[in-house]
Write a protein that binds this ligand. Structure first.
Ligand code: NAD
Length: 266
């Protein structure tokens, strides 16, 4: 694999590249800047990626923020919804033709999107996706993670309808000891600090289901799955609501300014 790490921190990205190069003795890893909270930056990233003229076999939609105070992305979207969901929605759609070209009958290209168990308590407010009526950090994070599950199922439906050799799956990494918790209340931080060794997965363990979805032979050709601990499991009932999936997709296309090709697919 030639791995491209996309992120909004040049220093963290380059550090990850350096570590991977050291451990694997390969030069086939690089960093490309992409701020998922900026539609302009996502479009620029895709342009730079296209210019490389390499295939795209695996796309991992992993970036996320949690429990940030009420604030907006540069495009004016509520940050959880704009970054966690819409950023990946746009990125995936802009890369879809390359994924379709790269997948084959025996080796589908794969899209893996990282959601969370928090989606089980999420509610999708189609009339208030930006949480303008009432903002709660928990509610906004959970909504963004539910939106990612609905998006994955709709995407798989469209890919199947088009006969594409691309699969889309969604992953819950579990509770993992990472920087994601930097915005939680300090009492929770102390509790986490004391109990992380017992209750939290390490980042390596947290990555395992994503990697399983990305490369395991067992997942060849399988799409529309919700994976936890490297096993298929059920997501929230509401995520299987096809009408809701369709309406969210249509609304998302309008928000990010792309045409809704899916309206031609039943
Ligand atoms: N840690 C957990 O317990 C847990 C549980 C469930 C789901 N998740 C999900 O796992 C994923 C990874 O989170 P993590 O736990 O590794 O947290 P993390 O904070 O360590 O990693 C988040 C990553 O997102 C990147 N990111 C943030 N804003 C960005 C932006 N504007 N543009 C591009 N990249 C940006 C960060 O640079 C970082 O690399 C997230 O989607 C998160 O919601 C984590």
């Amino acid at each position: 694999m030639h791995v491209i790490i996309a992120g909004n921190s040049e220093s963290e990205g380059q550090e990850a590249v350096r570590k991977i190069q050291e451990e694997t003795l390969t030069g086939k890893v690089e960093f490309l800047y992409c701020d998922l909270a900026s539609m302009k930056s996502i479009r620029q990233f895709v342009q730079r990626f296209r210019a490389k003229d390499c295939p795209l076999h695996v796309l991992v939609n992993n970036a996320g923020v949690m429990l940030v105070p009420e604030r907006k992305t540069e495009d004016g979207f509520e940050e959880h919804f704009g970054l966690n969901y819409l950023g990946h929605f746009l990125l995936t759609n802009l890369l879809l033709d390359m994924l379709k070209q790269s997948g084959t009958h025996s080796h589908s290209a794969r899209i893996i999107t990282v959601s969370s168990a928090t989606h089980y308590v999420g509610k999708l407010h189609l009339n208030d996706l930006q949480s303008r009526c009432s903002y709660s950090p928990h509610g906004a994070y959970a909504q963004s993670k539910l939106a990612l599950v609905l998006f994955t199922y709709r995407l798989q439906h469209l890919l199947t309808a088009n006969g594409s050799h691309v699969t889309a799956n969604v992953v819950d990494p579990g509770v993992v000891n990472t920087e994601l918790y930097k915005h939680v209340f300090w009492v929770v931080k102390v509790a986490k600090w004391m109990t992380a060794w017992l209750f939290f997965k390490t980042p390596e363990e947290g990555a395992s289901t994503t990697i399983y979805a990305a490369v395991s032979p067992e997942m060849e050709g399988a799409g529309g799955c919700y994976l936890y601990n490297e096993e298929r499991t059920k997501s929230a009932d509401v995520a299987y609501d096809e009408e809701l999936q369709r309406r969210l997709w249509t609304e998302s296309c309008k928000m990010v300014g792309i045409s809704d090709e899916s309206s031609r697919v039943l």
